[in-house]
Design a protein around this ligand. Structure first.
Ligand code: BES
Ligand code: MN
Ligand code: MN
Length: 461
């Protein structure tokens, strides 16, 4: 099997096919795009059928459909379930894009001298998900598919995957597998491959602070009535202490402490604080005392306001004390923390710290459990050897700060571990304007994945 030579002779077509997929605006959060989401599912199913994948089916859900297909060679061989998502984040603020987010273009950047594909979903996750279909194509063309492969591509990852858990329970047998293969994360750098061994969990809440029963004249009432925005900002500010720790009562209860040895190992992964600061235009970092920047974004839990609003934000000035103020708050969780328990603790705490001059409502949104795996996992070994073949060096294990809530449910419901072979870079601007994915990364992924299948099949025999 020689994935590299196969890619060399099919490069342009493999790019064109990805471009077709990227042109479909499959934004799961916005009902205005429901038809595009359905069309995207169709497009993938058709492509799967064209590749010779069997039993391709589009499963409707209460939300967006799940595309499933399989290629079963021998019940005695291991089974790999590939998971990915075809839905994307909204493109706005659209005016900050240099090109139409749904009309991909290739441009070079400092980090991607061979060019990068600029489009919404290029990296998260269409580009990375599609690598798996192209890798499957290579397996077939270059000596055959060595084990059983199942594909499950969903359309609701960016909105919390709420219909996928029930789908797993309902189709446990169909989805039975030895490991789950996912490319929906990143790696350290193009010359430093890494495998993601951890994902953070998530608790997401919306808070509403109510003061007077209507907006008031800030001259007639100002000074005598609590302003919900003033109160909300004070409450939010108090959620961290001067050490950068979260003050929510019981927030750190049960948090698994990472050993000194493991932290020393983590510190070996290359990281430049200066480059980090420069890449996002900040002059200094911030965070929990006693932890490095990479630790703060991986092994430690966090709390962040994602949005805050209320009062008058139109043109000019309006002298008003608003009746209400709002904020959306996310908490990233680590092993030992349960999203429901954290949501409950946050709610209690937020109600407790509210002064009697306002009333407070907390509404939970979606959440998700954290996930960890270990470099001793057989799939990890097979993946690491695959990187060694294609990058000339083994991959480093890295715990990521991001979340893919379904991964913990895969373990609970299907009883299988996930191997997170992500090929994106942190600088690829996922969820942001000008999201892109390196041409190098796309083809390196397509080249590396077939080696994983062969290594894994051998290892499990
Ligand atoms: N693919 C990302 C998660 C990710 C990106 C993990 C990079 C690690 C490295 C995924 O699509 C995502 O955006 N997840 C959301 C959570 C979801 C519930 C909306 C997130 O992490 O905010
Ligand atoms: Mn993703
Ligand atoms: Mn995402």
């Amino acid at each position: 099997m020689n994935p590299k030579s196969y890619i060399d002779s099919h490069k342009q077509r493999m790019l064109d096919e990805l471009f077709e997929l990227l042109r479909i605006p499959s934004i799961s959060a916005d009902p205005a795009y429901n038809d595009a989401v359905a069309q995207c599912a169709d497009h993938i199913a058709t492509h799967m059928k064209d590749l010779g994948i069997q039993n391709v089916n589009i499963y409707p859900t209460k939300g967006h459909p799940i595309v499933y297909g399989e290629f079963l060679v021998d019940a005695n061989l291991p089974t790999v379930l590939v998971y990915g998502h075809y839905d994307v984040q909204p493109a706005d603020p659209i005016e900050l894009w240099d090109n139409d987010p749904f009309d991909p273009v290739i441009k070079t950047t400092e980090i991607h001298p061979d060019g990068a594909i600029f489009a919404r979903g290029a990296c998260d996750d269409k580009g990375q998900m599609f690598m798996h279909l192209k890798a499957f194509e290579i397996l077939q063309a270059e000596g055959g598919v060595p084990c059983n492969v199942k594909f499950m591509i969903e359309g609701e990852e960016e909105v919390g995957s709420s219909n996928l858990g029930p789908f797993l329970k309902e189709h446990k047998e169909m989805l039975a597998c030895d490991t789950i293969l996912i490319s929906d994360t990143g790696m350290i750098a193009n010359d430093t491959p890494s495998i993601t061994t951890g994902l953070r969990g998530l608790s997401y809440v919306e808070v509403e602070v109510t003061g007077p029963n209507r907006d008031l004249h800030s001259g007639l009432y100002g000074g005598a009535v609590a302003n919900p925005i003033n109160i909300l900002t004070q409450m939010v500010a108090s959620l961290h202490n001067e050490k950068g720790e979260i003050t929510v009562e019981g927030f750190y209860d049960g948090v698994e402490i990472v050993s000194t040895e493991e932290r020393a190992l983590m510190a070996k992964a290359p990281f430049s604080q200066e480059a980090f600061k420069k890449s996002i235009g900040i002059s200094d970092v911030w965070g929990e005392e006693g932890y490095s920047t990479p630790e703060r974004t991986s092994i430690r839990p966090t709390l962040d306001v994602n949005g805050i609003w209320g009062g008058y934000i139109g043109e000019g000035a309006k002298t008003v004390i608003p009746s209400k103020a709002y904020a959306k708050i996310s908490m990233r969780l680590v092993p030992g923390q349960d999203p429901d328990a954290i949501t409950e603790k946050f709610t209690q705490h937020f109600l407790n710290i509210a002064p009697s001059s306002v009333s407070v409502k907390v509404t939970p949104h979606h959440g998700g459990l954290p996930y960890v795996t270990h470099s001793s996992d057989p799939a990890y070994q097979s993946a690491s050897a695959a990187y060694e073949t294609t990058f000339g060096k083994p991959a480093l294990p890295v715990r990521s700060g991001g979340s893919i809530p379904i991964v913990a449910l895969f373990e609970q419901i299907l009883g299988a571990k996930s191997i997170l072979m992500g090929f994106g870079l942190d600088s690829d601007a996922i969820h942001s304007p000008n999201e892109h994915y390196g041409v190098f990364n796309y083809f390196k992924g397509i080249e590396t994945i077939p080696h994983f299948y062969h290594n894994y099949t051998k290892q499990m025999k």
